[in-house]
Write a protein of this length. Structure first.
Length: 104
């Protein structure tokens, strides 16, 4: 069983969601405790250290990192997939990485 930790970014993202979506996202995060490497898919490019799993009717993505040696899943961010939009969760993640926001 993995332990789940949320970054400040992820916690803030989740707080902004409506109750129903929040519950769906939290339930998916709970599922990551079991088999985080089987549930999500690995990301590519500058996000290659991270994985993504769909939640809340396929619209939302939970971006996370698995730290095998500590048996921990770190939920990095939660957001909507909007390809081509600057609010797209993957675009935001690239920006966070570039600016060093995730290094804390």
């Amino acid at each position: 069983m993995y332990k789940v930790k949320l970054t400040q970014i992820a916690a803030t993202n989740i707080k902004k969601l409506d109750k129903r979506t929040q519950n769906q996202v939290i339930s998916k995060i709970e599922a990551l405790k079991g088999e985080p490497l089987l549930l999500g898919k690995p990301l590519k490019g500058s996000l290659k250290e991270l994985r993504s799993v769909r939640a809340a009717g396929q619209r939302y993505r939970i971006i996370y990192k698995v730290v095998e040696e500590e048996i921990v899943v770190i939920v990095v961010a939660v957001g909507i997939r909007k390809e081509g939009d600057k609010g797209d969760i993957y675009e935001l993640m690239k920006k966070y990485i570039k600016t060093g926001l995730l290094d804390h």
